[in-house]
Ligand binder design. Sequence first.
Ligand code: NAD
Length: 254
Amino acid sequence: MEKGIGISGIAGRMGRLVAEEVAAAGLKFAGGVDREPAEGRFADIAALAAASDVVVDFSHASAAASNARAVAAAGCAYVIGTTGLSAADEAVLAEAAARVPVVYAANFSPGVNLVLALAERMAAALPAEAYDAEILEMHHRQKVDAPSGTAIAMGRAVARGRGHKLEGHMESGRDGHTGARGTGAIGFAALRGGQVVGEHTLLFAAGTEHIALTHRAFDRRAFATGAVRAARWVHGRKPGLYGMADVLGIAPPA
Ligand code: NAD
């Protein structure tokens, strides 16, 4: 890498850790942007992208579409970990990925990505009529979106294993007289409190047995290390929308 790695959301918890991990990996730091301009920061994402080989973005969902457009226009590779993106934001990300290589992951930890691969295989093996899939997550009190991006990624993995999409099968935010659980539904429950970095459990509940898959993250540095690994991997790739499974080499053959 000649120009190095730029960081969007540089003043945030993840942005600061990514900057530390860039330095720890001996890579060049190209600079950063955040919501507020500050000394030593680039004025905007377009200027940052022009000065970077790869932009790593952990900012806010409201910035994702414009960031993706600016990074693609600069011909710069893009690693985005921001969660809470809408379907329209994801469509813009797919457009950007036609021009530059993009790694988009709701969770950059290797452990979670193995859990996602297992979730898909379990869902394929356990019939939806008998095994109710429920996803429980807990995060720190500052988190602004729910269910978490990782919980949704788990739901998508279960849906893929069952041969359909998550849309139309998601049951979240149950409250009041909800009626009985739908057969084949994928349920979500979100807890918020304290400083929990991220806990996710996928439960398959049948009349005769329960099977649970749990991942606990103790330090968000795991995500920062994974994002820097993704930045190294994506540099020089051909345009496309990649996931962390591609970076880790555990993606099923296309
Ligand atoms: P944070 O609030 O500590 O940091 C976000 C930073 O982005 C802040 O400094 C904020 O000022 C800045 N920001 C907000 N809007 C911006 C904009 N329009 N342009 C530039 N900067 C802007 O949050 P965090 O804990 O660092 O998390 C950031 C995002 O990353 C969230 O969406 C979170 O869910 C996600 N996240 C993803 C992973 C993963 O592995 N994919 C892990 C942890 C967090």
